[in-house]
Design a protein around this ligand. Structure first.
Ligand code: ADP
Ligand code: MG
Length: 587
């Protein structure tokens, strides 16, 4: 089943590309040549938009603006200053990218529709500026007479040479995009998109840095596309900044697939030709166009090339690479201290001045009835919630007020009471994403001899970790297909993958069999013996008491007892709060 798809994927696309290239170069009429050139321009625009819309999952509506800006930079510099392509093209890329970086801080922290609105406002402002700044932009009349591409005095002829030139840039853009998303960097994007909480608090991925990079990259690609568009059209007006181009770009991206590079190119080719093919329909053209779009969105929401592609996650098993441990950067004996931590939700005091110290290399059990504030404590510790008072420190490092990913990078990894796993990602890659997240970077993959090498090494390490946690053999399964107990174990394996100094586990054994719980307890003791401090929340007091060196009991947001497990379990307050509630709920 998988095989013919793989082969089809390998043969159909290159074959079609070759046929189209032959047609475009040798047989196309001047009119067709122009349409194919414009298709290339759009392909570049869409490849860029995939970074922000696809990989970062943010609905930016500024892509058309970056495109128009690139076109105007080239238009203005070429017509008014006589600059050539080798000067105008880099500037057409840099200026939109700089604008993106400039507005990113304000815009990218916004969620979904607010982000869309903010980017829409940005595009309207730039459009108004272009219309009104007549002396520079030509105002509503636009800029005529943009010369063709000329480099160091050599003029590239229009027609077929320009067509080839534009598609060379599409190829460069596609190769770069592939390098950026095919390795560990791309996996980080997927992890943030599909399991954002875990990406930050369990792994330590800096989601805002990824978003910024995606936004700047999308603007750079759009600027390049705009520059080539200006050379192709020879005249530009503020229309290039209008919303029409944004809509076309969005449609192409949805139809081609938000993550597929061949999909982006095919969609650009298809949608630039669609108006030509449907021209006979005259006034019904728009309706026909709409029907095609609707069909595409209904039947192939991930893009129409999914029918040809192999699954993105069924990569071949990587060859062996050494499994060196990650060095622990904290000084020895660093403690995790919680002092007077408080949090209210409305009138409810979920946590009320909790004090707690976790020592490295020991297991601390945290028990308490439902709603006593255990998860709240963990959320405060890992930066998912901000406390109303008190603080948490790791040695001398202040944790309170830091974003989740920094707390994770400081050496505190966690699991979630409700597992946060990236659906559609394999078990192996779920763990691979958690290995050395601080070393995953755009440049590393883009400039590497082999961009997937970074991912392959991590996958090999992930296999060892999975084996270690009794998950061997499940590596190729998608993590959302696992039974509940395995999902929790996978979360623990992922949290342990970064060799954290402290591991915080929120009811990890829920859904485990008795045998699984027992071997899990042994695993935790091993981890502790190797130096990892563990905070274990569990609903089974005997299990926790059996493996912890300290037991802490919360009730109503207050620590009511803490000390040696046997002593804590004997205290009347604990028996009342915990066992009372426990037996009631069990009855
Ligand atoms: P536990 O993990 O010990 O079962 P929690 O920390 O989840 O308890 O919850 C403590 C109390 O705070 C509960 O009464 C819960 O309903 C409340 N709570 C937790 N999170 C929120 C929230 N985000 N908004 C409102 N109330 C919350
Ligand atoms: Mg809880």
């Amino acid at each position: 089943m998988q095989n013919w798809r793989t082969n089809a994927h390998r043969l159909i696309l290159p074959g079609a590309a070759l046929a189209l290239a032959g047609y475009g170069i040798f047989f196309a009429s001047p009119y067709d040549t122009r349409i194919l050139t414009i298709a290339g321009v759009y392909a570049l625009l869409v490849l860029g938009y995939q970074f922000i819309f696809g990989h970062a999952g943010a609905l930016s509506l500024a892509q058309g603006t970056f495109f128009g800006l690139g076109a105007f930079v080239t238009g203005i510099l070429a017509t008014r200053f006589g600059l050539e392509f080798h000067a105008t093209f880099p500037l057409s890329i840099l200026i939109p990218a700089a604008l993106a970086a400039l507005v990113a801080t304000a815009v990218l922290r916004l969620e979904s529709h607010y982000l869309a609105l903010a980017t829409l406002a940005l595009s309207q402002s730039v459009l108004l500026l272009a219309i009104n700044w007549e002396s520079v932009t030509g105002g509503a009349n636009g800029l005529p007479g943009i010369p063709g591409v000329s480099i160091l005095g050599w003029n590239l002829p229009r027609g077929t040479p320009l067509l080839v030139f534009v598609w060379i840039w599409v190829a460069i853009g596609a190769v770069l995009a592939h390098r950026i998303v095919a390795g560990a960097y791309g996996l980080a994007f997927r992890t943030v998109r599909l399991a954002p909480m875990a990406a930050a608090a369990a792994i330590g991925i800096d989601a805002s840095a990824l978003r910024l990079a995606a936004f700047v990259l999308s603007a750079a690609y759009a600027g390049a596309a705009g520059a080539l568009y200006a050379h192709t059209l020879t005249v530009i007006s503020p229309e290039v900044l209008g919303f029409g181009i944004m809509i076309v770009c969005l449609t192409m991206t949805v139809i081609g697939g938000r993550w597929s590079i061949p999909g982006a190119i095919c969609a650009a080719l298809l949608l630039t030709h669609l108006p030509e093919w449907f021209r006979g329909l005259q006034e019904y053209y728009l309706a026909a166009n709409g029907v095609v779009l609707l069909l595409a969105v209904i039947f192939a929401p991930a893009g129409f090339l999914v029918f040809l592609q192999r699954r993105p996650d069924s990569a071949p098993r990587p060859p062996g690479v050494s499994n060196a441990a990650i060095p622990q950067m904290l000084p020895p004996k660093t403690e995790l201290t919680v002092a007077a931590l408080s949090k209210s939700f409305g009138g409810l005091r979920a946590l009320d001045g909790a004090n707690l110290t976790l020592a490295p290399g020991t297991i601390t059990g945290l028990i308490g009835p439902n709603g006593s504030g255990k998860t709240t404590l963990v959320n405060l510790l890992t930066g998912l919630e901000q406390p109303d008072g008190g603080n948490a420190r790791l040695g001398t490092i202040q944790l309170t007020g830091q974003p989740s990913f920094r707390i994770a990078r400081a050496g505190i990894a966690r699991t979630f009471q409700t597992p946060d796993l990236p659906a559609g990602v394999t078990v192996r890659d779920t763990v691979a994403a958690a290995i050395e997240p601080a070393h995953i970077g755009l440049w590393q993959d883009m400039l590497a001899t082999n961009p997937t090498a970074s991912l392959r090494q991590r996958r090999t390490r992930a296999d060892t970790i999975l084996q270690d946690f009794g998950l061997a053999g499940l590596d190729d399964q998608l993590c959302d297909a696992l039974p509940h107990g395995r999902r929790r174990m996978l979360e623990v394996a992922r949290a342990a993958a970064g060799n954290p100094a402290f591991l915080i586990l929120d009811e990890p054994t829920a859904g485990f069999t008795q045998a699984e719980t027992t071997s899990f307890g042994e695993k935790l003791q091993q981890l502790a013996a190797s130096g990892c401090g563990i905070l274990l929340i569990d609903h089974d007091p005997d299990f926790v008491a059996g493996i912890s060196s300290t037991l802490v009991c919360l009730d109503g947001g207050t620590v009511i007892a803490s000390g040696a497990p046997a002593d804590v379990l004997q205290q009347p307050a604990v028996r009342r709060a915990y066992f009372g509630a426990f037996h009631e709920s069990a009855a």
